[in-house]
Design a protein around this ligand. Structure first.
Ligand code: CMC
Length: 426
C-alpha cells in the first residue's frame, strides 16, 4: 500500500479505495471493494487496468523505456544473448558463467521432439498457415506431457519451461519444412540457439549448411527483442488460461493463438503484405491518405502501439540490426527502399506525429526477416518462438504464489428477463 487513498463518490455514497505503489510506474487504485457496494468497474480493452502484480518487465510508454528485471532492452540486445535473457526472465537475475553453461546445456538436452509428434504435421495441408500448425502442434505437446506433470510442483513447472524454450525452435522450423515439402532437420546441439534454428530452417540433407554468423547474431537479437513485453494480449491470454490450472503447453498454444492477429504479432507479416499492396513509391501518398481516412479500415501496419506513445525502444535496436544485416548481405531490395520511404513520410506527416504513431518493433523485424530469407508466413512464428520464454515466465510467476481464476464481469445490455413463448405460439 502507498498510504494514499482514493475516494469514489456515487449517488452521494462514498467508497474508500486503497492505493498501491509499485517500484516504478503509476500507482494503482484497488477497486475490489466496489463489488460489495453493488458496482463493477468498466474498462474495455483494459486501457487502465492492472490485471496482476509482476516483477518481470517494466514499460514506460511515454518515455519509450522497456526493462526486463530492471535491465534496459538495448543493453540486453547489445551485451547479452537470447538464452541469457531467457535465464534472466525465468529466474530474476542474470546467470553467472557456470549458471549460464548449465542452463545452455539443459536447454540443449531437450531440443528434440518426440518422434511421434512429427506425424502430427502430416495431418495438415501443405499450404496451411504455419501459425495454424504452431497452435495445433504446441497444443499437442500437452498430450505428451500431461499425466506426469503436476503444476503444483515447482520442479515440474521448471522442466515444462525448459522443454518449451528448447523445443519451440524445432517445432517452428518443422512447420516451415513441412510447407516447403522438405525433410525435417534435427537440431544440432553444437550450435547456438539462433544458429541451430537457422540450420533447421535452411539446411537440406543433400548439401552442407554453414550458418552465417551475422545472420545468427541478427536472429538472436530479434529473439531478445521479442522475448517479453509485460501484460500484452497474448501474455494475458496465457495468464488467463493458466489461472484455470490448465496444462502449460495448452496455455502456450492459447498465447500463440492470441499472438496471431494482425493487431499483435501478425503485424510483422502484415507489414510486408502492405508493402506489396503499396507496390511503389508513387503510391505512398494514396496509401497514407487511406491510413488517415476514418471510413477506410486500412491502417499503416507496423505503426502505433497501445503502450508506446514514443519511439518503441525495441524498434531503435531493430533498425540498427536491420542496417547491419542489409549491409552484410549487400541487399538492395526495392521493397526495403519503399519501407524506408514510407517510414520517412509517416514520421513527417502531422496525422502520425499528433497521434504519436511511431514505427514499432514489427516494422523493422519484417524487413530483417525478409533479408535473412525467412518467408513472410513464418514471421509471426518467429515472434511466437521468441515470446515463449515471456509467456512461460509469466505462467511460472503466477503459479509461484496465490492466484485467482481470471473471471472478468460485464456491463449487460441485452434483454431483461422474459418468459419463453412455446414454438407453436411464436
Ligand atoms: N495507422 C493509422 N492510424 C492509426 C494507426 C495506424 N497503424 N494506429 C493507430 N491509429 C490511429 C487510430 O485510428 C486513432 O485515431 P483517432 O484518435 O483519430 O481515432 C489513434 O491513432 C489512436 O489509435 P488507437 O487505435 O486508439 O490505438 P490502440 O492503442 O487501440 O491500438 C494498435 C494500438 C497497435 C492496435 C494500433 O496502433 C494498430 O492497429 N497498429 C497497426 C498494427 C501493428 O503494427 N501492431 C503491432 C503492435 S507492436 C507488436 C506487438 O506488441 O504485438
Amino acid at each position: 500500500m502507498s498510504g494514499k487513498k482514493a475516494t469514489l463518490t456515487i449517488d452521494g455514497q462514498s467508497i474508500d479505495l486503497p492505493v498501491s505503489s509499485g517500484t516504478m510506474g503509476p500507482d494503482v487504485i484497488d477497486v475490489k471493494d466496489v463489488l460489495a457496494k453493488g458496482y463493477f468497474t468498466y474498462d474495455p480493452g483494459f486501457m487502465a487496468t492492472a490485471a496482476c502484480e509482476s516483477k518481470i518487465t517494466f514499460i514506460d510508454g511515454d518515455k519509450g523505456i522497456l526493462l526486463h528485471r530492471g535491465y534496459p532492452i538495448d543493453q540486453l540486445a547489445e551485451k547479452s544473448d537470447y538464452l541469457e535473457t531467457c535465464y534472466l526472465l525465468l529466474n530474476g537475475e542474470l546467470p553467472t558463467a557456470d549458471q549460464k553453461a548449465a542452463f545452455v546445456h539443459k536447454i540443449s538436452q531437450h531440443t528434440m521432439v518426440h518422434e511421434q509428434l512429427t506425424f502430427f504435421y502430416r495431418g495438415f495441408r501443405r499450404d496451411a498457415h504455419p501459425m495454424a500448425i504452431m497452435c495445433g502442434v504446441v497444443g499437442a505437446l500437452s498430450a505428451f506431457y500431461h499425466d506426469n506433470l503436476d503444476i503444483n510442483n515447482p520442479e515440474h513447472r521448471q522442466i515444462a519451461a525448459i522443454r518449451l524454450i528448447a523445443k519451440i525452435p524445432t517445432i517452428a522450423a518443422m512447420s516451415y519444412k513441412y510447407s516447403a515439402g522438405q525433410p525435417f532437420v534435427y537440431p544440432d546441439n553444437k550450435l547456438g540457439y539462433a544458429a541451430n534454428f537457422l540450420k533447421m530452417m535452411f539446411a537440406v540433407p543433400a548439401e552442407e549448411y554453414v550458418v552465417n554468423p551475422v545472420l545468427a547474431r541478427a536472429m538472436d537479437r530479434i529473439f531478445i527483442l521479442h522475448a517479453d513485453h509485460e501484460q500484452n494480449a497474448s501474455t494475458s491470454t496465457v495468464r488467463l488460461t493458466g489461472s484455470t490450472g490448465a496444462n502449460p503447453y495448452a496455455c502456450i498454444a492459447a498465447g500463440i493463438a492470441a499472438l496471431w492477429g494482425p493487431a499483435h504479432g501478425g503485424a510483422n507479416e502484415a507489414v510486408l503484405k502492405m508493402l506489396d499492396e503499396i507496390g511503389s513509391v508513387e503510391n505512398l501518398d494514396k496509401f497514407l491518405a487511406k491510413a488517415k481516412d476514418k471510413n477506410d479500415p486500412f491502417k499503416l501496419m507496423g505503426f502505433g502501439h497501445r503502450v508506446y506513445k514514443n519511439f518503441d525502444p525495441r524498434a531503435k535496436v531493430m533498425k540498427q540490426t536491420c542496417d547491419e544485416v542489409l549491409a552484410a548481405l549487400g541487399i538492395n531490395d526495392p521493397q526495403l527502399e519503399l519501407a524506408m520511404r514510407l517510414e520517412e513520410a509517416a514520421r513527417n506527416d502531422p496525422y502520425f506525429v499528433e497521434r504519436k504513431l511511431y514505427p514499432n518493433v514489427d516494422f523493422y523485424s519484417g524487413i530483417i526477416l525478409k533479408a535473412i530469407g525467412i518467408p513472410t508466413s513464418m514471421f509471426t512464428v518467429i515472434f511466437a518462438l521468441a515470446r515463449t520464454v515471456g509467456w512461460i515466465s509469466h505462467w511460472l510467476e503466477m503459479h509461484s504464489g496465490p492466484y485467482k481464476i481470471g473471471r472478468p464481469r460485464q456491463l449487460y445490455t441485452g434483454p431483461t428477463q422474459r418468459d419463453l413463448v412455446p414454438l407453436d405460439k411464436r
